[in-house]
Design a protein around this ligand. Structure first.
Ligand code: GTP
Length: 385
């Protein structure tokens, strides 16, 4: 059995962490322990034993202080910093490929920080391109018993499904408090949802969310979402009592993983190939532009030889051009860093020059330019400036 990844996503307070805790203990009780990852940098306490915890490498409060950020900005920045290490994380999980069957991942409560950030996409993509991956979208059942809240949550889930292009399981949590049968009915019977919306309108009058523009918007949305519902599996669970976790595992292992292999993997490979080709074209183009700028592209003559237009400047010779000269102490180290000398920190400095030179020499060779080491050195010097 290949190792599968389950990424838990859900609105703040939907019970992701409690769900992770219960899933972990449920799997352990079946003698099938998972590999557990926490990607929420802001959580104070993780109630399950995590094999990898983002908080070990990123100090969320320090990120806030050092970068002068608010809580959400700091979550995104923490994820950005962490995503530079994603290949190492994937390698660690890959080492468990033959020993474990599942890897479960908790994500930040501020759903948009993960789902709509570049780093969230990088992390999700990295998992999905290495292991069969499903999204467990956790829904707070009692809070979604109003048709308008339910619809808003489903729209969010829909956007995540189409963005990640990964199989999704809707997990209606907290069913010890409120049964999720109503949700099942709304998802399968359009008339039932319309009736609930009408009832809500009658109950709350014009002040309710189910009335006016919102009401008619939700009405139309519910028609549109029929297609979305048909692509989903739904389970109801209680992270408190453990009810429904066998069903959840059954859907992960037998239903959604097959879907991943049949449809998503093929689609993913096609998209990745397309992306690679586009990226290669973009790199070739920007390298050519760079060569042109430096006047070393033999396809084009240097500008000064054939350009009739002159570049005008208001500056007298020797006049200050306003460029800021860096302070001597400006390159002092930040307090918060990853391992020293790591290029992923995002600093391209003078020490990286030999590496840069080599990389650009190779790049120049790849695009068939007659680049010699002097050319590459020029490029490196240009970039350093
Ligand atoms: N009754 C009941 N309460 C639950 C259940 N699961 C979680 N809760 C409660 O819901 C609240 C939020 O749970 P968390 O697990 O912290 O939710 P979360 O989605 O991880 O929260 P954030 O990461 O902060 O967004 C807590 O008070 C939990 O005790 C459940 O199955 N039943």
């Amino acid at each position: 059995m290949p190792l599968k990844t389950v990424i838990c996503i859900g609105m703040a307070g939907s019970g992701k962490t409690t769900f992770m805790q219960r899933l972990n203990s449920h799997m352990r009780s079946k003698k099938n322990p998972p590999y557990v990852i926490n990607l929420d940098p802001a959580v104070l306490k993780v109630p399950y034993g995590a094999n990898i915890d983002i908080r070990d490498s990123i100090k969320y409060k320090k990120v806030m202080e050092n970068y002068g950020l608010g809580p959400n900005g700091a979550i995104v920045t923490s994820l950005n910093l962490f995503s530079t290490k994603i290949d190492q994380l994937i390698k660690l999980v890959e080492n468990k490929r033959d020993k474990l069957e599942h890897c479960i991942v908790d994500t930040p409560g501020q759903i948009e920080c993960f789902v709509w950030s570049a780093s969230g996409s990088i992390i999700t993509e990295s998992f999905a391109s290495t292991f069969p991956t499903v999204i467990a979208y956790i829904v707070d059942t009692p809070r979604n018993s109003s048709p308008t809240t339910f619809m808003s949550n489903m729209l969010y889930a829909c956007s995540i499904l189409y963005k990640t292009k990964l199989p999704m399981i809707l997990v209606f949590n907290k069913t010890d408090v409120c049964n999720a049968d109503f949700a099942k009915e709304w998802m399968t019977d359009f008339e039932a949802f319309q009736t609930a919306l009408r009832d809500d309108q009658e109950l709350n009058g014009n002040s309710g969310l189910g009335s006016g523009y919102m009401g008619s918007l939700i009405n139309s949305m519910s028609l549109m979402l029929e297609e979305f519902y048909s692509q989903l599996d739904m389970v109801s669970v209680s992270s408190f009592t453990g009810q429904g976790f066998d069903d959840f595992l059954n859907v992960v292992n037998n239903g959604k993983i097959n879907e991943y292999d049949e449809y998503y993997k093929v689609e993913r490979e096609r998209v990745l190939k397309l992306k690679e080709e586009k990226e290669k074209q973009r790199k070739d183009k920007s390298l050519e532009g760079l060569m042109n700028d430096l006047g070393i592209n033999d396809k084009k003559k240097p500008k000064s030889e054939d350009d009739s237009a002159e570049v005008l400047s208001d500056l007298e010779e020797g006049e200050d051009d306003g460029l800021v000269v860096p302070d001597e102490f400006e390159d002092s180290e930040r307090e918060y860093t990853f391992a020293s000398g790591d290029r992923t920190q995002g600093e391209i400095n003078a020490q990286n020059a030999p590496g840069l030179q080599k990389a650009y020499q190779e790049a120049a060779n790849r695009v068939g330019k007659s680049a010699n080491s002097e050319t590459a050195e020029n490029i490196a010097r240009y970039l350093r400036q």
